[in-house]
Write a new protein. Sequence first.
Length: 274
Amino acid sequence: MIKKFESKQAEIKYYEEEAEEAEFLVWYHQQDLGKYAKPSLTIDNIIFAFNASTEKLQVLLIERLKNPERHKYAFPGGFVNKNEDAKQAAIRETKEEVGILVDDKNIWQVGLFSTPDRDPRYWVVSVAHVTYLPPRDIDKIVAGDDAKAAHWVNIERAGDTLYFEDEQGKRIDLAELAFDHKKMFMTSFNRIKQYLEIEPDIVQILGDEFTINEVLAIFKIFDERFAKMDNSNFKKIFIQRHKIFQIVSGQDFKPKLRSTGVGRPKLLIRYLKR
């Protein structure tokens, strides 16, 4: 039965304030849904890793296979399907584009990027994610789907300027990234830096056990103050005072060491994640 109302205002009041939700939704889809512009929803995933042989902090870039921004460097990403949330989409797209199955515990959302002209095709909103990739997965990347190639690049610093460097030593400036991926990276970078001395979750890229030198190799990229910190000061601040890290003990209850083949064996520590 079609309801009649004295005015449009009376009709709206009834469906919004008096009708059952099922009845309201039928009416809404007929009345209002088409009036509002709808953005497409995508995800992007900024994947951090650590190269133990060079002690370099790295991030994964893909070379885009298709327009728009064809041949430009970008972070793995793609469109969200109707049957998944943004995090599920990030895990799926990462597997499809670079062959890595991300652990749900190692990925977190940075924020929403919604500038109307961020994508030249149409209005596209992206939910940016960060993944901390453990050492066991660093060699598993295989470009697929919309990625022409996938590359680990070093994150380098020259004063206050950050840039990437590929395995041939070629410099890649952040401004060369596709879309607004420079903004995504810097937002993620600054978020990690903000919590570096409180909850340095990024050390998950080092695995379960690691050396102080490896931690400092990461920390100094985020904050140059750490380039001047020695192992003794690190122990006082992060192990003894703040108890963010813990010295690893062996079966004999003595501190566990790792031999690098050069110099004295290095003390092993672990992250006390809160």
